[in-house]
Design a protein around this ligand. Structure first.
Ligand SMILES: O=C1C[C@@H](C(=O)O)NC(=O)N1
Length: 458
Protein backbone atom coordinates (compact mmCIF):
# COMPACT_ATOMS: atom_id res chain seq x y z
CA UNK A 1 0.00 0.00 0.00
CA UNK A 2 1.44 3.39 -0.98
CA UNK A 3 2.66 5.63 1.77
CA UNK A 4 0.79 8.97 2.02
CA UNK A 5 2.83 11.72 0.40
CA UNK A 6 2.43 14.21 3.23
CA UNK A 7 5.32 13.31 5.50
CA UNK A 8 8.10 10.83 5.93
CA UNK A 9 9.46 11.80 9.33
CA UNK A 10 7.82 8.84 11.02
CA UNK A 11 9.71 6.12 9.27
CA UNK A 12 11.71 5.79 12.48
CA UNK A 13 8.76 4.68 14.63
CA UNK A 14 9.00 1.27 16.19
CA UNK A 15 7.28 -1.67 14.49
CA UNK A 16 4.36 -2.72 16.65
CA UNK A 17 2.03 -5.68 16.60
CA UNK A 18 -1.29 -5.30 18.40
CA UNK A 19 -2.51 -8.83 19.06
CA UNK A 20 -5.98 -10.24 19.35
CA UNK A 21 -7.97 -7.02 19.67
CA UNK A 22 -11.61 -6.20 18.89
CA UNK A 23 -11.36 -3.67 16.05
CA UNK A 24 -14.25 -1.21 15.91
CA UNK A 25 -14.34 0.10 12.37
CA UNK A 26 -16.75 0.93 9.55
CA UNK A 27 -19.83 -0.58 11.15
CA UNK A 28 -18.21 -3.81 12.32
CA UNK A 29 -16.34 -5.28 15.27
CA UNK A 30 -13.77 -7.91 14.27
CA UNK A 31 -11.17 -9.64 16.41
CA UNK A 32 -7.79 -9.49 14.64
CA UNK A 33 -4.13 -8.49 14.89
CA UNK A 34 -2.84 -5.22 13.50
CA UNK A 35 0.72 -4.51 12.42
CA UNK A 36 2.18 -1.01 12.42
CA UNK A 37 5.25 -0.11 10.38
CA UNK A 38 6.69 3.24 9.29
CA UNK A 39 3.90 5.10 11.07
CA UNK A 40 1.21 3.38 9.02
CA UNK A 41 -1.21 0.51 9.43
CA UNK A 42 0.70 -2.10 7.46
CA UNK A 43 -1.66 -5.05 7.72
CA UNK A 44 -4.71 -6.32 9.55
CA UNK A 45 -5.52 -10.00 9.91
CA UNK A 46 -5.24 -13.12 12.00
CA UNK A 47 -1.93 -14.23 13.57
CA UNK A 48 0.46 -12.05 11.62
CA UNK A 49 3.90 -13.38 12.47
CA UNK A 50 6.59 -10.69 12.85
CA UNK A 51 9.94 -10.86 14.68
CA UNK A 52 11.64 -8.07 16.65
CA UNK A 53 8.58 -5.95 17.10
CA UNK A 54 6.90 -4.38 20.10
CA UNK A 55 3.87 -6.47 21.07
CA UNK A 56 0.76 -4.95 22.62
CA UNK A 57 -1.66 -7.59 23.88
CA UNK A 58 -5.17 -6.45 22.99
CA UNK A 59 -7.04 -9.42 24.45
CA UNK A 60 -10.37 -8.25 25.82
CA UNK A 61 -9.78 -4.67 24.66
CA UNK A 62 -11.24 -2.55 21.84
CA UNK A 63 -9.38 -0.66 19.13
CA UNK A 64 -10.84 2.53 17.66
CA UNK A 65 -9.42 4.76 14.95
CA UNK A 66 -7.87 7.71 16.83
CA UNK A 67 -10.55 10.27 17.68
CA UNK A 68 -10.60 13.35 15.44
CA UNK A 69 -11.96 16.30 17.43
CA UNK A 70 -13.41 18.85 15.00
CA UNK A 71 -13.61 21.73 17.44
CA UNK A 72 -11.12 22.76 20.11
CA UNK A 73 -9.68 25.94 21.63
CA UNK A 74 -6.10 25.19 22.64
CA UNK A 75 -5.38 28.90 23.35
CA UNK A 76 -2.01 29.31 21.68
CA UNK A 77 -0.82 31.90 20.83
CA UNK A 78 -1.83 34.62 23.24
CA UNK A 79 -3.92 32.91 25.90
CA UNK A 80 -1.44 30.34 27.14
CA UNK A 81 -2.16 30.91 30.83
CA UNK A 82 -5.32 28.83 30.10
CA UNK A 83 -3.72 26.12 27.96
CA UNK A 84 -1.27 25.67 25.11
CA UNK A 85 -0.65 23.37 22.19
CA UNK A 86 1.55 21.06 24.27
CA UNK A 87 -0.58 20.76 27.40
CA UNK A 88 -3.94 20.47 25.67
CA UNK A 89 -2.70 18.02 23.03
CA UNK A 90 -1.37 15.90 25.89
CA UNK A 91 -4.80 15.93 27.56
CA UNK A 92 -6.30 15.02 24.18
CA UNK A 93 -4.05 12.01 23.74
CA UNK A 94 -4.81 10.70 27.23
CA UNK A 95 -8.44 10.79 26.10
CA UNK A 96 -7.78 8.89 22.87
CA UNK A 97 -7.89 11.97 20.61
CA UNK A 98 -5.15 11.81 17.98
CA UNK A 99 -6.12 14.79 15.77
CA UNK A 100 -7.79 18.13 16.46
CA UNK A 101 -9.06 21.18 14.61
CA UNK A 102 -8.46 24.40 16.51
CA UNK A 103 -10.63 27.51 16.29
CA UNK A 104 -9.46 31.03 15.40
CA UNK A 105 -10.13 32.89 18.68
CA UNK A 106 -6.54 32.86 19.84
CA UNK A 107 -4.64 36.15 20.25
CA UNK A 108 -4.17 37.72 17.82
CA UNK A 109 -7.34 36.34 16.22
CA UNK A 110 -6.46 34.19 13.21
CA UNK A 111 -7.67 36.66 10.59
CA UNK A 112 -4.74 36.42 8.16
CA UNK A 113 -2.83 33.64 6.41
CA UNK A 114 0.36 34.76 8.17
CA UNK A 115 -1.15 34.21 11.59
CA UNK A 116 -2.62 30.90 10.42
CA UNK A 117 0.81 29.76 9.22
CA UNK A 118 2.36 30.85 12.50
CA UNK A 119 -0.06 28.59 14.38
CA UNK A 120 0.93 25.64 12.16
CA UNK A 121 4.58 26.41 12.92
CA UNK A 122 4.06 26.49 16.67
CA UNK A 123 2.00 23.28 16.58
CA UNK A 124 4.64 21.41 14.59
CA UNK A 125 7.06 22.11 17.46
CA UNK A 126 4.72 21.58 20.40
CA UNK A 127 1.70 19.42 19.60
CA UNK A 128 1.78 15.74 20.50
CA UNK A 129 -1.35 15.18 18.36
CA UNK A 130 -2.04 15.91 14.68
CA UNK A 131 -3.40 19.38 14.08
CA UNK A 132 -5.41 21.57 11.76
CA UNK A 133 -6.47 25.21 12.11
CA UNK A 134 -9.44 27.15 10.78
CA UNK A 135 -8.96 30.65 9.41
CA UNK A 136 -11.11 33.22 11.23
CA UNK A 137 -13.66 35.21 9.29
CA UNK A 138 -15.73 38.23 10.20
CA UNK A 139 -16.85 41.43 8.52
CA UNK A 140 -13.36 42.95 8.83
CA UNK A 141 -11.35 40.45 6.78
CA UNK A 142 -14.09 39.19 4.49
CA UNK A 143 -12.77 40.93 1.36
CA UNK A 144 -9.28 39.52 1.97
CA UNK A 145 -10.63 36.01 2.56
CA UNK A 146 -12.59 35.82 -0.65
CA UNK A 147 -9.51 36.81 -2.63
CA UNK A 148 -7.73 33.68 -1.33
CA UNK A 149 -7.79 30.25 -2.90
CA UNK A 150 -10.28 29.16 -0.29
CA UNK A 151 -10.61 25.62 -1.66
CA UNK A 152 -7.11 24.94 -0.29
CA UNK A 153 -8.07 25.88 3.30
CA UNK A 154 -9.17 23.26 5.83
CA UNK A 155 -12.02 25.67 6.59
CA UNK A 156 -13.02 29.12 7.83
CA UNK A 157 -14.90 29.95 11.01
CA UNK A 158 -16.25 32.77 13.15
CA UNK A 159 -16.21 30.67 16.31
CA UNK A 160 -15.32 32.51 19.49
CA UNK A 161 -14.22 35.69 17.75
CA UNK A 162 -16.74 37.62 19.80
CA UNK A 163 -14.63 36.96 22.91
CA UNK A 164 -11.83 39.14 21.72
CA UNK A 165 -13.38 41.36 19.09
CA UNK A 166 -16.83 42.90 19.22
CA UNK A 167 -18.86 43.66 16.13
CA UNK A 168 -18.98 42.42 12.55
CA UNK A 169 -20.00 38.91 13.50
CA UNK A 170 -21.47 36.69 10.84
CA UNK A 171 -24.54 35.72 12.86
CA UNK A 172 -25.60 39.36 13.05
CA UNK A 173 -24.87 40.36 9.48
CA UNK A 174 -26.78 38.43 6.83
CA UNK A 175 -25.21 40.57 4.07
CA UNK A 176 -21.71 39.62 5.25
CA UNK A 177 -22.81 36.02 5.44
CA UNK A 178 -24.23 36.11 1.91
CA UNK A 179 -21.02 37.54 0.51
CA UNK A 180 -18.94 34.92 2.29
CA UNK A 181 -21.21 32.03 1.33
CA UNK A 182 -21.27 33.11 -2.30
CA UNK A 183 -17.49 33.27 -2.57
CA UNK A 184 -15.94 30.75 -0.20
CA UNK A 185 -15.03 27.31 -1.53
CA UNK A 186 -13.99 25.75 1.77
CA UNK A 187 -16.21 24.55 4.59
CA UNK A 188 -17.64 27.47 6.61
CA UNK A 189 -18.04 26.51 10.27
CA UNK A 190 -20.25 28.94 12.13
CA UNK A 191 -21.14 29.61 15.74
CA UNK A 192 -24.88 29.94 15.41
CA UNK A 193 -26.53 32.29 17.90
CA UNK A 194 -28.15 35.62 17.06
CA UNK A 195 -26.21 37.98 19.31
CA UNK A 196 -28.89 40.67 18.98
CA UNK A 197 -31.45 38.39 20.65
CA UNK A 198 -28.91 37.41 23.33
CA UNK A 199 -28.16 41.07 24.07
CA UNK A 200 -31.85 41.94 24.40
CA UNK A 201 -32.27 39.08 26.86
CA UNK A 202 -29.15 40.10 28.78
CA UNK A 203 -30.58 43.58 29.24
CA UNK A 204 -33.86 42.22 30.61
CA UNK A 205 -32.07 40.10 33.22
CA UNK A 206 -29.47 42.74 34.05
CA UNK A 207 -32.26 45.16 34.87
CA UNK A 208 -33.80 42.59 37.22
CA UNK A 209 -30.70 41.16 38.94
CA UNK A 210 -27.82 43.54 38.21
CA UNK A 211 -24.49 41.73 37.79
CA UNK A 212 -25.61 38.71 39.78
CA UNK A 213 -27.99 37.06 37.34
CA UNK A 214 -28.48 33.45 38.54
CA UNK A 215 -26.70 31.06 36.15
CA UNK A 216 -29.97 29.12 35.72
CA UNK A 217 -31.06 31.91 33.35
CA UNK A 218 -28.13 31.31 30.99
CA UNK A 219 -30.14 29.03 28.63
CA UNK A 220 -32.99 31.54 28.68
CA UNK A 221 -30.67 34.44 27.85
CA UNK A 222 -28.73 32.50 25.20
CA UNK A 223 -32.10 31.17 24.16
CA UNK A 224 -33.48 28.48 21.90
CA UNK A 225 -34.85 31.31 19.73
CA UNK A 226 -31.38 32.88 19.36
CA UNK A 227 -30.00 29.52 18.20
CA UNK A 228 -32.90 28.45 16.02
CA UNK A 229 -33.23 31.70 14.10
CA UNK A 230 -29.50 31.95 13.43
CA UNK A 231 -29.28 28.33 12.27
CA UNK A 232 -32.37 28.55 10.08
CA UNK A 233 -31.13 31.71 8.38
CA UNK A 234 -27.63 30.32 7.81
CA UNK A 235 -29.03 27.12 6.28
CA UNK A 236 -31.39 29.06 4.02
CA UNK A 237 -28.53 31.23 2.75
CA UNK A 238 -26.23 28.23 2.29
CA UNK A 239 -28.86 26.36 0.30
CA UNK A 240 -29.59 29.40 -1.84
CA UNK A 241 -25.92 30.03 -2.62
CA UNK A 242 -24.80 26.37 -2.63
CA UNK A 243 -22.23 27.02 0.09
CA UNK A 244 -20.62 24.33 2.25
CA UNK A 245 -21.94 25.18 5.71
CA UNK A 246 -21.16 23.47 9.01
CA UNK A 247 -23.07 24.54 12.12
CA UNK A 248 -20.89 24.13 15.20
CA UNK A 249 -22.09 22.78 18.57
CA UNK A 250 -25.85 22.40 18.15
CA UNK A 251 -27.75 22.71 21.46
CA UNK A 252 -31.49 22.54 20.84
CA UNK A 253 -33.90 19.82 19.82
CA UNK A 254 -35.71 22.39 17.67
CA UNK A 255 -32.65 22.96 15.47
CA UNK A 256 -32.12 19.23 14.86
CA UNK A 257 -35.21 19.24 12.62
CA UNK A 258 -33.45 21.64 10.23
CA UNK A 259 -30.93 18.96 9.20
CA UNK A 260 -31.25 16.10 6.73
CA UNK A 261 -30.48 12.41 7.08
CA UNK A 262 -31.72 11.19 3.72
CA UNK A 263 -28.41 11.72 1.90
CA UNK A 264 -24.89 10.43 2.64
CA UNK A 265 -22.54 12.75 4.52
CA UNK A 266 -20.31 13.15 1.46
CA UNK A 267 -23.20 14.68 -0.49
CA UNK A 268 -24.44 17.08 2.20
CA UNK A 269 -23.81 20.79 1.76
CA UNK A 270 -25.07 21.50 5.29
CA UNK A 271 -23.71 19.52 8.24
CA UNK A 272 -23.68 19.85 11.99
CA UNK A 273 -22.19 18.54 15.21
CA UNK A 274 -22.95 18.11 18.89
CA UNK A 275 -20.38 18.71 21.61
CA UNK A 276 -20.12 16.08 24.35
CA UNK A 277 -21.11 18.43 27.17
CA UNK A 278 -24.45 19.17 25.50
CA UNK A 279 -25.14 15.42 25.52
CA UNK A 280 -23.92 14.95 29.11
CA UNK A 281 -25.19 17.95 31.09
CA UNK A 282 -28.61 19.63 31.19
CA UNK A 283 -30.07 22.69 32.92
CA UNK A 284 -30.59 20.46 36.01
CA UNK A 285 -26.81 20.65 36.54
CA UNK A 286 -26.56 24.45 36.91
CA UNK A 287 -27.57 24.22 40.58
CA UNK A 288 -24.69 21.84 41.35
CA UNK A 289 -22.00 23.22 39.05
CA UNK A 290 -22.89 26.90 38.61
CA UNK A 291 -20.75 28.90 36.18
CA UNK A 292 -18.36 25.93 35.76
CA UNK A 293 -20.79 24.71 33.09
CA UNK A 294 -21.38 28.12 31.53
CA UNK A 295 -20.87 27.45 27.82
CA UNK A 296 -21.88 29.31 24.65
CA UNK A 297 -24.23 28.15 23.27
CA UNK A 298 -25.69 27.27 26.67
CA UNK A 299 -26.42 23.84 28.12
CA UNK A 300 -30.18 23.62 27.65
CA UNK A 301 -33.02 21.34 28.86
CA UNK A 302 -33.31 17.56 29.35
CA UNK A 303 -35.60 17.55 26.30
CA UNK A 304 -32.87 19.21 24.22
CA UNK A 305 -30.25 16.76 25.50
CA UNK A 306 -32.43 13.78 24.50
CA UNK A 307 -33.28 15.37 21.14
CA UNK A 308 -29.59 15.88 20.37
CA UNK A 309 -28.78 12.22 21.07
CA UNK A 310 -31.72 11.12 18.93
CA UNK A 311 -30.52 13.29 16.03
CA UNK A 312 -26.98 11.97 16.44
CA UNK A 313 -28.26 8.39 16.21
CA UNK A 314 -30.45 9.02 13.16
CA UNK A 315 -27.68 10.95 11.34
CA UNK A 316 -29.19 14.44 11.29
CA UNK A 317 -26.12 15.27 13.43
CA UNK A 318 -22.91 14.18 11.73
CA UNK A 319 -20.09 14.38 14.26
CA UNK A 320 -19.27 14.65 17.98
CA UNK A 321 -16.78 17.33 19.05
CA UNK A 322 -15.67 18.77 22.39
CA UNK A 323 -15.39 22.54 21.95
CA UNK A 324 -12.62 21.99 24.54
CA UNK A 325 -12.25 25.50 25.96
CA UNK A 326 -10.05 25.79 29.04
CA UNK A 327 -10.25 28.83 31.32
CA UNK A 328 -8.70 29.16 34.77
CA UNK A 329 -10.90 28.53 37.80
CA UNK A 330 -10.54 32.21 38.71
CA UNK A 331 -11.89 33.19 35.30
CA UNK A 332 -14.84 30.82 35.72
CA UNK A 333 -15.83 31.48 39.34
CA UNK A 334 -17.18 34.95 38.85
CA UNK A 335 -20.57 36.63 38.68
CA UNK A 336 -22.76 35.73 35.69
CA UNK A 337 -21.58 38.36 33.22
CA UNK A 338 -17.94 38.21 34.30
CA UNK A 339 -17.53 34.42 34.22
CA UNK A 340 -15.89 33.14 31.04
CA UNK A 341 -17.82 30.65 28.91
CA UNK A 342 -16.26 27.28 28.11
CA UNK A 343 -14.55 24.45 29.97
CA UNK A 344 -11.92 21.74 29.44
CA UNK A 345 -13.39 18.38 28.40
CA UNK A 346 -11.26 16.75 25.67
CA UNK A 347 -9.61 14.26 28.02
CA UNK A 348 -13.01 12.75 28.83
CA UNK A 349 -14.95 12.91 25.58
CA UNK A 350 -14.51 9.26 24.62
CA UNK A 351 -15.25 8.20 28.20
CA UNK A 352 -18.51 10.15 28.05
CA UNK A 353 -19.57 8.49 24.81
CA UNK A 354 -18.58 5.06 26.14
CA UNK A 355 -20.68 5.70 29.23
CA UNK A 356 -23.67 6.15 26.89
CA UNK A 357 -22.67 2.81 25.33
CA UNK A 358 -22.68 1.24 28.80
CA UNK A 359 -26.19 2.61 29.30
CA UNK A 360 -27.30 0.97 26.04
CA UNK A 361 -27.88 4.32 24.32
CA UNK A 362 -25.33 4.05 21.47
CA UNK A 363 -23.25 1.31 19.85
CA UNK A 364 -19.45 1.23 19.68
CA UNK A 365 -19.68 1.28 15.88
CA UNK A 366 -21.76 4.48 15.99
CA UNK A 367 -19.22 6.09 18.34
CA UNK A 368 -16.45 5.30 15.83
CA UNK A 369 -18.57 6.71 13.02
CA UNK A 370 -19.32 10.00 14.79
CA UNK A 371 -15.93 10.61 16.44
CA UNK A 372 -13.52 9.11 13.89
CA UNK A 373 -14.88 8.33 10.40
CA UNK A 374 -17.25 11.26 9.94
CA UNK A 375 -14.91 14.06 11.10
CA UNK A 376 -12.40 12.77 8.51
CA UNK A 377 -15.07 12.76 5.79
CA UNK A 378 -16.57 16.10 6.83
CA UNK A 379 -13.28 18.03 6.81
CA UNK A 380 -11.82 15.97 3.96
CA UNK A 381 -8.88 14.74 6.04
CA UNK A 382 -6.59 12.45 4.12
CA UNK A 383 -5.67 8.91 5.25
CA UNK A 384 -7.00 9.19 8.79
CA UNK A 385 -10.22 8.41 10.66
CA UNK A 386 -10.45 4.74 9.59
CA UNK A 387 -8.58 1.54 10.41
CA UNK A 388 -7.39 0.66 6.90
CA UNK A 389 -4.14 -0.71 5.55
CA UNK A 390 -2.01 2.19 4.31
CA UNK A 391 -3.67 4.75 6.56
CA UNK A 392 -1.78 6.52 9.35
CA UNK A 393 -1.63 4.40 12.49
CA UNK A 394 -3.67 6.79 14.65
CA UNK A 395 -5.24 4.32 17.06
CA UNK A 396 -6.89 4.25 20.46
CA UNK A 397 -7.23 1.21 22.71
CA UNK A 398 -9.91 1.16 25.38
CA UNK A 399 -10.68 -1.14 28.25
CA UNK A 400 -14.46 -1.25 28.60
CA UNK A 401 -14.29 -2.64 32.13
CA UNK A 402 -12.02 -0.38 34.11
CA UNK A 403 -13.40 2.23 36.51
CA UNK A 404 -11.70 5.44 37.50
CA UNK A 405 -12.77 8.77 38.94
CA UNK A 406 -11.88 12.20 37.56
CA UNK A 407 -10.01 14.26 40.12
CA UNK A 408 -7.52 17.11 40.21
CA UNK A 409 -4.58 14.66 40.24
CA UNK A 410 -5.46 13.05 36.91
CA UNK A 411 -6.54 16.15 34.97
CA UNK A 412 -3.97 17.07 32.31
CA UNK A 413 -5.42 20.28 30.91
CA UNK A 414 -3.23 23.21 32.02
CA UNK A 415 -6.11 24.93 33.84
CA UNK A 416 -6.15 21.98 36.28
CA UNK A 417 -9.89 21.57 36.85
CA UNK A 418 -12.85 19.90 35.19
CA UNK A 419 -16.64 20.14 35.48
CA UNK A 420 -16.46 16.31 35.65
CA UNK A 421 -14.46 16.13 38.88
CA UNK A 422 -15.96 13.37 41.05
CA UNK A 423 -17.43 11.55 38.03
CA UNK A 424 -16.62 7.83 37.85
CA UNK A 425 -16.21 6.40 34.35
CA UNK A 426 -16.43 2.66 33.75
CA UNK A 427 -14.03 2.69 30.80
CA UNK A 428 -10.41 3.69 30.34
CA UNK A 429 -8.22 4.69 27.41
CA UNK A 430 -5.12 2.51 27.83
CA UNK A 431 -3.03 3.22 24.71
CA UNK A 432 -2.98 5.96 22.08
CA UNK A 433 -0.88 5.69 18.91
CA UNK A 434 -0.19 8.83 16.89
CA UNK A 435 1.30 8.22 13.43
CA UNK A 436 2.37 4.77 14.62
CA UNK A 437 4.10 6.02 17.74
CA UNK A 438 2.82 4.70 21.07
CA UNK A 439 2.48 8.20 22.54
CA UNK A 440 0.32 7.14 25.50
CA UNK A 441 0.82 3.85 27.29
CA UNK A 442 -1.24 3.31 30.46
CA UNK A 443 -0.58 6.73 31.98
CA UNK A 444 2.95 7.20 30.56
CA UNK A 445 3.77 9.49 27.64
CA UNK A 446 6.42 9.19 24.96
CA UNK A 447 7.03 12.85 24.14
CA UNK A 448 9.81 12.36 21.64
CA UNK A 449 7.55 12.82 18.57
CA UNK A 450 5.31 15.62 17.38
CA UNK A 451 2.01 15.40 15.51
CA UNK A 452 1.63 16.24 11.83
CA UNK A 453 -0.53 18.84 10.16
CA UNK A 454 -3.72 17.36 8.78
CA UNK A 455 -3.72 17.26 5.02
CA UNK A 456 -6.80 17.65 2.93
CA UNK A 457 -7.85 15.07 0.39
CA UNK A 458 -9.18 16.39 -2.90
O1 LIG B 1 -17.74 28.78 21.17
C1 LIG B 1 -17.26 28.91 22.28
C2 LIG B 1 -15.88 29.38 22.47
C3 LIG B 1 -15.32 28.93 23.76
C4 LIG B 1 -14.03 29.60 24.19
O2 LIG B 1 -13.85 29.81 25.39
O3 LIG B 1 -13.20 29.89 23.34
N1 LIG B 1 -16.26 28.96 24.82
C5 LIG B 1 -17.56 28.70 24.61
O4 LIG B 1 -18.33 28.55 25.54
N2 LIG B 1 -18.02 28.62 23.36
Amino acid sequence: MARPETDRQFTMTEKTLIKNISIVNEGQITVADLFIENGLIHSIGQLIDHKNVKIVDGTGKYLFPGIIDGQVHFREPGLTHKGDLYTESKAAIAGGVTSFIDMPNTLPNVLTIDILNEKYQIASKKSLANFGFLLGVNGDNLDEIIKLETSKLLGVSDDGLYFTKKGNLLADNPETMEKLFANCKSIIAIHSEKEQIVEENENIYREKYGENVPIEFHPIIRSEKACYEATKRAIDIANKLKARLHILHLTTEAETHLFRNDIPLKEKNVTTEVSVHHLWFSDKDYKRLGTLIKWNPAIKTEKDKKGLLKALLDDRIDIVTTDHAPHTLDEKQKSYFQSMSGAPIIQHSLNIMLEFFKQGLISLEKIAEKMCHNPAILYGIENRGFIREGYYADLTIVDLNSSWTVDKNNILSKCGWSPLEGTTFQTKVTHTFVNGNLTYDKGNFDETKRGLSLSKSN
